[in-house]
Design a protein around this ligand. Structure first.
Ligand SMILES: Cc1cc2nc3c(=O)[nH]c(=O)nc-3n(C[C@H](O)[C@H](O)[C@H](O)COP(=O)(O)OP(=O)(O)OC[C@H]3O[C@@H](n4cnc5c(N)ncnc54)[C@H](O)[C@@H]3O)c2cc1C
Length: 449
């Protein structure tokens, strides 16, 4: 899909003429980005000022923020009202504090909009997800991640944020001031309030060169997993689970000061360097992907796999992802591989990435350096739904945690048992939202059932 088609598709809401504080026309179907989930909330507000946000929150029975709609499940839905900050007044105001090394942005801003502005001022974020299209607030809320042994998920870059709480008051939390309350509230799954501004850590800008290899034998991971994922600042492996090999290895290395030391050659643990740019999905145009072949470029044009003005991934697809402890990563991969002939027919591609441990209570990487095993599925939910319990059973011995924003079938009891700070999180959310205004059906069924 080209840029025009992409904007047309992702602008379905705009076409509905909903950029006002008046509720949306409930007859217009609204879906998530992938189109696999239709929101049930009868009302959608798109305020442009803080006062409007406060009024809408105070006057709603039940409300949930809607980011850029890139989640695959009902996490952003509401039985009553959704509120999108896409037209929020602070959207365009990017405030850089050079001394504190932070940037503050309106919560609706997308990484792909903020990044070039940071670059112009000589700054960078520590990491990005596979796509720059998502909102900063949405990524914070679900612990969205990129890759890199030493890179925490994107929520770990949040050093503070402002939000409108249940009564419509403006509140804030900061890493420096609020200790545990902050650690419990960053990955909030949308339960805390409507976040209006986010402050993120920044660092001096850097360049990245991306090299892709093809056909890495998975046996190489048995004894060299740390070296393979440590071969660059951010490393991703893709597989279709057939022939015990990674179809592609994407190595993103920092260039210049602080860069990765030894040069990359034509061969990498048995894989061969690609000679043209590639898309991770067979048959898809590499035009949608960030530049490869070792050509250096700014961090924000290499750390994501997909370019801002093009369709990321496939488009019509489903996604699932599980986080396992990094020191058991190879065994976990072998466990899933046993299901390869049930998985591959419904799969576009699987991706393995590493994420550093963090201290955020509801992060899947809480105190656990992790490997994420991701599945981009064909839009075949009835079949995928049958495979997920089998994958979850294979990964159960590894205490695999599902990505909050993707599809899973794990029971609430099992999910809740994976989060040691869940009780504290619930208490914290209740202290800000005693009437459960921000608790939607997703949270009620998965965390409170
Ligand atoms: C093609 C594709 C590629 C992806 N790649 C990755 C990847 O590389 N890594 C990864 O981890 N994930 C990935 N995802 C998943 C995606 O990053 C998450 O779903 C992310 O949360 C989406 O953010 P969003 O802005 O679309 O939020 P939404 O999906 O709209 O909402 C997600 C949650 O954030 C909350 N939220 C949003 N805005 C606010 C706000 N202002 N205040 C309070 N709460 C808010 C919502 O209420 C909801 O609970 C991908 C998804 C797609 C479609």
């Amino acid at each position: 899909m080209n840029k025009r088609d992409f904007l047309k598709a992702s602008g379905a809401i705009i076409a509905g003429g909903m950029w006002t504080t008046a509720p949306a026309d409930s007859t217009v179907p609204r879906t998530n980005w992938a189109g696999n989930y239709q929101y049930r909330a009868p009302h959608l507000y798109t305020p442009s000022t803080l006062e409007e946000v406060q009024k809408i929150v105070a006057g709603s029975k039940s409300i949930k923020a809607l980011g850029t709609r890139h989640s695959f499940n009902s996490i952003a839905d509401s039985s009553d009202t959704q509120i999108s900050l896409e037209h929020f007044q602070q959207f365009g105001h990017l405030v850089i504090d050079e001394k504190a090394r932070t940037v503050t942005v309106g919560a609706g801003v997308r990484y792909g909009q903020m990044a070039p502005e940071l670059q112009k001022r000589g700054f960078a974020l520590h990491n990005l997800a596979s796509l720059p299209h998502i909102s900063v607030a949405g990524a914070r809320s679900t612990a969205t991640h990129g890759s890199g042994n030493k890179n925490g998920n994107l929520a770990t870059a949040v050093s503070g944020f402002e939000f409108v709480s249940a009564k419509g008051d403006l509140a804030s939390l900061s890493r420096a001031r609020d200790g545990d309350r902050f650690l419990g509230a960053v990955v909030d799954l949308g339960a805390l309030g409507i976040v209006t501004r986010v402050t993120l850590d920044i660092q001096p800008t850097f360049d990245v060169a991306q090299t892709v290899y093809e056909n890495l034998p998975l046996t190489a991971l048995e004894n060299h997993l740390d070296e393979i994922f440590g071969a660059g600042y951010s490393v991703s492996l893709f597989t279709d689970w057939q022939n015990h090999r990674a179809t592609q290895v994407w190595i993103k290395r920092r260039v210049g000061p602080g860069s990765d030391p030894s040069p990359l050659g034509p061969e990498f643990f048995g894989a061969r360097a690609a000679t043209v740019n590639l898309h991770p999905l067979a048959g898809h145009s590499a035009e949608n992907c960030t530049e490869q072949l070792g050509v250096p470029g700014p961090w924000y044009e290499r750390l994501p796999h997909f370019r801002m003005d093009f369709t990321p991934s496939s488009g019509a697809e489903l996604q699932t992802e599980y986080f396992v402890p990094r020191d058991k990563a190879y065994q976990a991969i072998l466990a899933v591989e046993r299901l390869r002939d049930r998985i591959t027919p419904h799969l576009f591609i699987t991706e393995f990435r590493t994420i550093d441990a963090d201290g955020l209570w509801m992060s899947p990487c809480y105190r656990r350096p992790s490997l994420a095993i991701h599945f981009t599925w064909k839009p075949e939910w009835p079949e995928v739904k049958k495979v997920l319990p089998a994958i979850e059973a294979e990964l159960a011995p590894f205490d695999a945690k599902p990505h909050w924003a993707k599809l899973f079938t794990m029971t609430p009891a099992r999910l809740q048992g994976l989060y040691p700070k869940l009780k504290d999180y619930k208490q914290l959310m209740a202290s800000y939202d005693p009437g459960s205004k921000f608790r939607n059906e997703f949270l009620a069924s998965h965390l409170y059932a």
